[in-house]
Design a protein around this ligand. Structure first.
Ligand code: FES
Length: 119
């Protein structure tokens, strides 16, 4: 088997990573899973398959994105746009506006401060 260089053009036009990380309820930073992230991320996967048509879209479940206080959170590449969301209606809006039409959903944007990232 030939593995190649490991470098390609982006495989996906839109690549979404949804945090579904779970922590104990006593953890000081909380977690996205405790706020329903897994159900909403799975909903996004199903809806993306049904609505993205010919666009090459990938929705991945992710571990902690290190912006827990905003959670649930996602980041969308290739631009590196960060969102927080609360419910399926927010997911629908992100799918319709950002994933399908390439327009940002201003009201759900977050801007992580690299200087304040927890380790
Ligand atoms: S637990 Fe979701 S960003 Fe950390």
């Amino acid at each position: 088997m030939k593995y190649g260089s490991g470098v390609t053009e982006p495989l996906y036009e839109v690549h979404v990573f949804c945090c579904v990380n779970q922590r104990p309820s006593t953890h000081r930073r909380g977690c996205c899973a405790s706020k329903g992230a897994l159900n909403m991320a799975n909903y996004m996967c199903r809806r993306a398959m049904a609505t993205a048509n010919s666009k090459r879209v990938r929705i991945n479940l992710a571990g902690c994105l290190n912006v827990c206080e905003y959670g649930p959170t996602m980041v969308i590449y290739p631009e590196g746009v960060w969102y927080r969301y609360d419910n399926d209606a927010d997911i629908e809006e992100i799918l319709e506006q950002h994933v399908i039409h390439g327009r940002r959903v201003e009201r759900l944007l977050i801007t992580p401060d690299p200087a304040r990232l927890h380790r």
